[in-house]
Ligand binder design. Structure first.
Ligand SMILES: Cc1cc2nc3c(=O)[nH]c(=O)nc-3n(C[C@H](O)[C@H](O)[C@H](O)COP(=O)(O)O)c2cc1C
Length: 153
C-alpha cells in the first residue's frame, strides 16, 4: 500500500493539529498515512516515503519553523531519488503578513518539486485572518487528496 508520510512545521501547534487530522482522514479513506512530527532526516530517508504531505505554518517574516527548515535542508542536500512521487502541501499563514503569506509552504513546495516530486493538487492555504477552524476547512481538500492518492496506489 502507498505509504504517505506527513511532515509538519509549527510554532504554536496549529499545523501539527491539522497534520494529525489529515493523518486520520487519510487513514479513514484507506491509506497508510503516518504523521511524523519530529522525524530526523536520516530516519525519513530510511523510511523512503512513497508520497509526502507537508503541513506548515510560516513564522517570523516569511520563515519556516526551525525543525522543518533543518529537516528540509538536509533532505534537499542529500538529493534522494523521489522523482515522480506524489506531493501535496498545506500552508497555514495569515494574510496580515502581506507578501510573506504562506511563504514557508510555498518554499517547501518548490524545494520538493525541485527534487522531481509530482504535484498532486494545488496548495491549500489556510488564512488565520479568515478562519479559526483550519482542520475542518481542510477536509474537502483532504478528501480530494485521498481520492488522488488511492488512484496512484
Ligand atoms: C510571530 C509570528 C510570525 C508570523 N509570520 C507569518 C508570515 O510571515 N507569513 C504568514 O503567512 N503567516 C505568519 N504568521 C501566522 C502563522 O503562520 C499562523 O498563525 C499559523 O496558523 C500558526 O501556526 P502554528 O500554530 O502551527 O505555529 C506568523 C505568526 C506569528 C505569531
Amino acid at each position: 500500500m502507498l505509504e504517505v508520510a506527513i511532515l509538519s512545521g509549527t510554532v504554536y501547534g496549529t499545523a501539527e493539529e491539522v497534520a494529525r487530522h489529515a493523518e486520520q482522514l487519510l487513514r479513514d479513506a484507506g491509506l497508510e498515512a503516518r504523521h511524523l512530527p519530529r522525524i530526523e532526516p536520516e530516519a525519513l530517508l530510511a523510511l523512503d516515503p512513497q508520497a509526502l504531505l507537508v503541513v506548515t505554518a510560516t513564522t517570523g517574516a516569511g520563515e519556516t519553523p526551525d525543525a522543518l527548515q533543518s529537516l528540509l535542508d538536509e533532505i534537499v542536500a542529500s538529493q534522494p531519488d523521489w522523482r515522480g512521487r506524489p506531493l501535496a502541501v498545506i500552508g497555514l499563514g495569515d494574510t496580515a503578513y502581506g507578501e510573506d503569506f504562506c511563504a514557508a509552504a510555498l518554499q517547501a513546495h518548490m524545494r520538493l518539486l525541485a527534487l522531481g516530486m509530482r504535484d498532486l493538487q494545488s496548495q491549500l492555504q489556510l488564512d488565520a485572518s479568515e478562519t479559526v477552524t483550519p482542520e475542518e476547512d481542510a477536509e474537502p481538500w483532504l478528501a480530494r487528496l485521498a481520492e488522488r492518492l488511492l488512484a496512484v496506489r
